[in-house]
Write a protein that binds this ligand. Structure first.
Ligand SMILES: *Cc1c(COP(=O)(O)O)cnc(C)c1O
Length: 399
């Protein structure tokens, strides 16, 4: 069986498996083999696969109305905006279809803000190791040459500093740098599940420097938002609120959606005609988003993310934490990274053979992003499988 489809543009290195259906944290391939999903389509399938209430809600909406232009009032869109404003305590929402688009909206808001405060060519501070998407704007904002190489000229207007390093940031906080905003992931996902050493202190310092200089604090919560870290939004583990927050991945449990959420000050920068999206905020995606938020609440999935995340972390720490080949284990809720001392991309295939889906990012960090519906027995199975895989891998590679 060849899975190579020559009519597809060669953008992904695909694994030799094809899934047919799913149920909760389980995926089933065409031959009936069951796989434990420790990745959720990269933090997308918040409710796992085939959640009956979500499936029913989407089906019902599809039979009524799938798409209608933003020329018209869309009730489901307003309801989802209200729900996001309610849980974020921000003011207004723009809907699009993906994370990069949500960040594009944020970048445009930062430009508007810059012009409003008298900067003709405003810059946005971004982080080394950051990831914001693949559009020209967002890949220019991302912090790895890996994403940018070959696509020059990049979009100007970004100044990069090391992550979790206030001293470096303070050094460039100068009028001559024409800064209007900071764009940052509270936890870096693609960069290797990097969590600031002192989360509250770092975010509070970022808030402080933005307030002092009239910059916008824009948090990319595309990966860490929507309950994954044990709060609705990762920044809610700190005392601060951002001016802008972007969401996508887990927001509608697999139906494409993105959202740029802004506070009052930023909302007032926008006016009809300045931004838009054909598909953004269509009734189908918004019902999927609303239903996702409802089920998260009803099934207590935010506290489940804390409980299962802590369990996985504790068990992994106990079993492999002291191994010399394991540099560190990091987590906040169900966003988990295991940094090894050697590159471990091969573990993805090895795990696949063992019917486990994981990811490796930043070359040597095993990344786990299981669905928020994961149960204790499933979390323990994940730990059992992964422990064996990592120990065998380290042994084979003489570590
Ligand atoms: C995945 C991701 C994006 C890009 O989202 P797309 O939907 O792929 O455009 C942006 N920011 C972060 C933090 C992400 O993890």
């Amino acid at each position: 069986m060849s899975l190579i489809k020559s009519s597809l543009l060669n953008t992904y290195k695909r694994l030799p498996v094809s899934f047919d259906k799913g149920e909760g944290v389980w995926l089933v391939d065409k031959f009936g083999n069951k796989y434990l999903d420790g990745l959720s389509g990269v933090a997308v399938n918040t409710l796992g696969h085939n959640h009956p209430i979500l499936v029913k809600a989407i089906s019902k909406q599809a039979a009524k109305l799938i798409h209608i232009s933003n020329y018209y009032h869309i009730e489901e869109q307003s309801m989802l905006a209200d729900a996001l404003v309610g849980i974020s305590k921000l003011s207004s929402v723009f809907f699009c279809n993906s994370g990069c688009e949500a960040n594009e909206a944020a970048i445009k808001l930062a430009r508007l803000h810059g012009h409003k405060i008298g900067i003709d060519t405003p810059n946005i501070i971004v982080m080394e190791g950051g990831f914001h998407g693949r559009t020209m704007g967002t890949l220019s904002a991302s912090g790895g040459r890996k994403y940018q190489a070959g696509f020059e000229p990049l979009m100007p207007g970004f100044i990069r500093v090391p992550y979790d390093d206030m001293a470096a940031l303070k050094k460039i906080a100068d009028k001559k740098n024409k800064i209007s905003a900071i764009l940052i992931e509270p936890i870096q996902g693609e960069g290797g599940v990097n969590i600031p050493d002192n989360f509250n202190e770092y975010l509070s310092s970022l808030r402080g420097i933005c307030d002092d200089n009239n910059w916008l604090l824009m948090l990319d919560e595309v990966q860490c938002g929507i309950g994954r870290t044990g709060k609705w939004f990762a920044h809610q583990h700190s005392e601060i609120k951002p001016d802008v927050m972007t969401l996508a991945k887990g927001l509608a449990s697999g139906v494409p959606i993105g959202a740029c959420v802004a506070n009052d000050k930023v909302s007032s920068l926008m006016a009809p005609g300045k931004h838009g999206s054909t598909f953004g905020g269509n009734p189908l995606a918004c019902v999927a988003g609303l239903t996702t938020l409802e089920i998260i609440k009803k099934e207590g999935l935010i506290s489940n993310a804390t409980v299962q995340g802590n369990l996985i972390y504790k068990e992994l720490s106990l079993r492999i934490g002291k191994h010399p080949g394991v540099k560190s284990i990091r987590h906040m809720g169900l966003m988990i990274g295991i940094e090894l001392s050697i590159p471990c991309v091969d573990l993805i295939n090895i795990a696949l053979d063992d019917k486990l889906l994981i990811n490796v990012t930043a070359d040597n960090v095993v990344r786990l992003l299981p669905p928020l519906v994961i149960k204790k027995e499933e979390a323990m199975l994940l730990v059992d499988k992964l422990t064996d895989l990592i120990l065998n891998f380290l042994e084979k590679n003489d570590k």
